[in-house]
Ligand binder design. Sequence first.
Ligand code: CTP
Length: 407
Amino acid sequence: MLKGKNIILGISGGIAAFKTASLARLLVKAGANVQVVMTPNAREFITPVTMSAITGRPVISDFFSANSGEWHSHVDLGLWADALVIAPATASTIAKLAIGVADNMLITTYLSSKKGTPIYIAPAMDLDMMAHPSTQHNLDLLRSYGNYIIEPRSGELASHLVGKGRMEEPENIFDFIMRDVRYGIRRDLKGKKVLITAGPTIEKIDPVRYISNFSSGRMGYEIAEEAARRGAEVTLVSGPVNIKVKNAVIRVVDVQTAEEMFAACNAESADYDVAILAAAVADYRPTEVLEKKIKREASEEHPVVRLTKNHDIALALGESKSADQILVGFALETDNERKNAIDKIQRKNFDAIVLNSLADKGAGFATVTNKVTIIDRKGEEKAYELKSKSDVANDIIDYISNKFLSD
Ligand code: CTP
């Protein structure tokens, strides 16, 4: 994926510098030419020998080579780079980047980068330093120049290693960069609030048993990642799944039952610009949840679980929707697909529906791929090929952005 791409990996002096070795490895494995540029302080945290062994290139740190006196040209480096990743970026490096204090190779290289070169900055520092208005102001400045700041999720524990202020995990930084490479650098959802539902819901029968479905949540999570990458403020209301969110911008609201999902979505209903309902919500719940486990011996030959209808979240959002809110549903049909999908657009007041057919091999539940058709209110269809769910997510967001969000 990154074959032939030249990436400068800038490291400044923070404890998180040890994590940059893994990031370098991921980039090299993806085929990139990685040139490490370290600030003088960074060498106290990770040795240039480690970094050059991983990248296969001598690390650049000083303006001159101590042995040969050879001049390291930051201008050439800046021109060479297809992307610049600075991880970790300390408070001091962030301040220097923001106002252009060119006192080391990393800052001069940054200042010499070609116009339009994507620049990713992963801050890492003590919590208080991160929260300080100076740092926040400098980060805002960097954002305003078009740099992308990759912040970690704020943790519950206020420690500099686990809380806000620690560096984002290398896998997540890598994932973000790879999405930009794959789908192009687009931030067309900037300022938009996007609500996404994902996963199954589970409806308890007794303390150990429940009714649920095969939804893995993958489709909804991929849509959330894609919307976040494009600059949206994302709320992901998720049933129980085995997936972790990669982009820290995404706010996850964990729920178990359809009624909890309904309440969580209602809380957001006035606030979203776009809602995408990818969850496989259970239509029914057991009328009674037994307090004790049903015993085999005690139960009748044909025990009956009575069911009660859950709220239709889509229907409620469709009813409360204002003229400028966009509501997109999913439909998983086994028969009469088109007709059922179009009926659902009408009934639930969707602007569009993403139809996946269980008849298509590799589409739908519990797969890594999907094949969808998007239908709008006028019945116009757009059919897509069988693709990875991440590619399908990109198609869906493209569709929404082009059709509903471009002026
Ligand atoms: N949906 C929802 N809340 C429900 C049921 C469905 O928000 N209680 C949403 C799904 O997330 C999806 C859309 O509605 O975006 C269609 O879901 P589907 O299960 O196909 O629709 P149903 O109304 O349940 O119709 P049926 O099961 O009869 O096909």
